[in-house]
Design a protein around this ligand. Structure first.
Ligand SMILES: *[C@@H]1O[C@H](CO)[C@@H](O)[C@H](O)[C@H]1NC(C)=O
Ligand SMILES: *[C@@H]1O[C@H](CO)[C@@H](O)[C@H](O)[C@H]1NC(C)=O
Ligand SMILES: *[C@@H]1O[C@H](CO)[C@@H](O)[C@H](O)[C@H]1NC(C)=O
Length: 398
């Protein structure tokens, strides 16, 4: 009996310590500020496919109208296990259906749940190595979508739920349930599944690894949340109604929202403090340019260095292992240039009754290495890579 248990646990440990890791590219589509990855699905005529990365989507979906022939694809029956594990599934003539919100538009999308192979690349942390296939990849095939336009063909699900692309890959390949994103501000960034090493030059595999800061992560209703317990502008904490940040506000992380959205009270406190500090640096306020509310004279802003315009630093205070840790944002992530003359604070006022008090968007997330580890419920973030004179799109020499 003992022997058997022992054998089983060693066996389990061996399976779980597989260090296979996978790398997919991330492209930023400038006109829409959408971030998509590219992978092969089945033997479609239009392959590879460009799929928007969405941390909040439960089941990957494609615009099947654009796919002329999906010869290898098959629908699944309503009473199959693959259908039953999808929360909120539906049924039509024994074909499994799924309805979910569309991050590209206002209406829900409904699709047939189907299966086909998905192919992408292994990595050593820096390079694309060899192609591997997830032989049975479950996703939803939607038709006649108006909100989907080239180059994007659909949405890749990165949610914490068991039907997400990430979860399907990590459970099928028996690797650690973890994903990492390095969203590029230009060029090609990196999407890692089960990442072990992140090699973004000058960082390497050994003595010079990317420094990461850890904070607890919650998953709730298919979203990833961290807890923001304070906000600083150049080191000074915002004075907020204590109820606002008491015990930490759940901040949702989003790869589809372009600019961080804050509850009005948080937005106003941030904008007020930022304006005071900016004015003290000789940066004057100008008329706002929609959709932004707080804009500045770009000619007063000191020359750019790697981290962008020289403006007050914004930091989020988060719980760490031994006290508060901070996530710092510099000009490249806090300002947006709307014209030659005007630069605005790159945050949105989300009103008094938003669904989430803070939604951290892509303008703030780009050029950081971000790791979502579901095995330990931990979120890890690097410094701005720009501080280290590198970017998410620097490809390592092979
Ligand atoms: C959209 O789908 C969700 C399930 O994901 C459902 O709860 C909601 O009622 C749907 N909304 C509409 C307008 O059909
Ligand atoms: C990183 O280190 C591991 C273990 O030392 C090794 O197996 C792997 O090949 C290395 N990767 C690169 C790109 O050097
Ligand atoms: C994703 O699934 C969870 C349940 O697992 C549900 O609470 C959530 O509403 C779903 N999200 C969307 C966007 O459909």
């Amino acid at each position: 009996m003992m022997g058997k248990l022992c054998f089983l646990s060693i066996f389990t440990a061996m399976i779980l310590t597989s260090q296979a890791q996978y790398l997919l590219p991330i492209t930023k589509h400038e006109p829409t500020q959408q971030f998509y990855t590219t992978l092969d699905i089945g033997t479609t005529v239009k392959s590879p496919l460009n799929l928007l990365l969405d941390l909040g989507t439960n089941l990957t979906w494609l615009n099947c109208h654009q796919l002329q022939s999906l010869t290898s694809l098959h629908t699944i029956a309503c009473d199959s296990d693959s259908c039953k594990v999808i929360p909120g599934n539906g049924c039509n003539e024994n074909s499994c259906l799924y309805q979910q919100p569309n991050p590209l538009g206002s209406e829900n999308i409904t699709g047939h749940v189907v299966q086909d192979a998905a192919s992408f690349s292994t990595t050593d942390g820096g390079n694309f190595l060899s192609q591997v296939s997830l032989r049975i990849f479950t996703f939803s095939c939607a038709y006649n979508l108006q909100d989907v336009s080239p180059p994007v063909d659909g949405v890749l699900s990165l949610s914490p739920g068991s039907s997400s692309f990430t979860k399907q890959v990590t459970s099928d390949f028996n690797v650690i349930p973890k994903l990492a994103l390095c969203l590029p501000s230009y060029g090609t960034g990196r999407f890692y599944v089960a990442g072990v090493y992140y090699i973004i030059p000058p960082f390497d595999n050994s003595t010079n690894q990317i420094p990461k800061t850890l904070t607890p992560m919650r998953t709730d209703s298919g979203d990833y949340l961290i807890s923001v317990q304070s906000i600083y502008v150049d080191g000074t904490p915002l004075t907020l109604n204590p109820n606002l940040l008491l015990g930490g506000v759940g901040a949702k992380l989003s790869t589809v929202v372009p600019y961080t959205v804050l509850h009005t009270d948080i937005y106003n406190a941030l904008a007020q403090s930022f304006t005071l500090k900016a004015e003290a640096m000789g940066i004057s306020k100008v008329a706002s340019v929609a959709p932004f509310k707080d804009c500045f004279d770009a000619q007063n802003v000191a020359g750019k260095d790697m981290t962008g315009p020289n403006v007050p630093k914004i930091e989020f205070g988060l719980p760490g292992k031994t006290g508060e840790v901070t996530w710092g944002f510099y000009g490249a992530n806090t300002m947006v240039k709307v014209s030659e003359m005007v630069m605005c604070l790159a945050f949105y006022d989300g009103g008094m009754n938003p669904n989430d008090w803070i939604v951290i968007g892509t303008h703030q997330l780009q050029e950081y290495l971000l790791e979502f580890d579901l095995s330990t419920s931990t979120f890890a973030f690097s410094d701005s890579l720009l501080l280290h004179s590198t970017t998410c799109s620097s490809i390592s020499p092979s």
